[in-house]
Design a protein around this ligand. Sequence first.
Ligand code: NI
Length: 257
Amino acid sequence: MEKIFDSHSHYNDDSFKSDYKEILKHIQDSGVGTVMNVGADIHSSRLAIKQAEENDFMYCSVGIHPHDAIQARDEAIMAELEEMIANPKVKAVGEAGLDYHYDDSWSPEVQKEAFIKQIQLANKYNKPLIIHTRDAMQDTLEILNEYPLKSGVVHCYSGSRESCKQLVKMGLYIGFTGVITFKNARRALESMKVVPLDRLLIETDCPYMAPEPNRGKRCDSSMLHYVAQKMADELGLEKDEIIRITRENAERLFNII
Ligand code: NI
């Protein structure tokens, strides 16, 4: 059986604190071969590295999520982040990007500044950038046009098909979560179909985004079987092929041999 690569997870999240070891064993038993553990601020980035160092099948990224964009104005934090990138377990920068969904978010100016700094860091160290974008596609595309990335992925894709085409044209990979199993997933599924097979990734974004039939529960990487099955059904492929293709894509993107 092909092994699953979960290209975006947060095992550094507090919700995994109590049963972290059991969950990691459970997901490996279920056929998950590799996970990318994603940092979202300086604290969770430190923890992501510690966890990746403790687990052979885990790699990590370090970065500042738009929800914590203000941290990118702190020179000491940015210096520490830059140092962390040299760690052999760190395979990407991020997640970074723009999120205008909540009214109490940092201003677009603060968010853009953090995003651009991390694009530059990723390019400087030849690492892919993991991009988070929500209700901010126009600004995201503008920044990526002005500051082109060497490589990267737009994770938990939720935008339009047209925007998806533009991101693919920029050479980016596109990650899909359990959202594609939801009843109202038409938009995500239409976007998925314009992504070339060699740019598709599957991800949990756990503990969030549990796929059907587990929607609303705490998500973990074992649930990617549902996401892979849905993707396979929509694209007319076998589930095992999707698992193989998305794993090879993730290994290429994150430079994992
Ligand atoms: Ni995430």
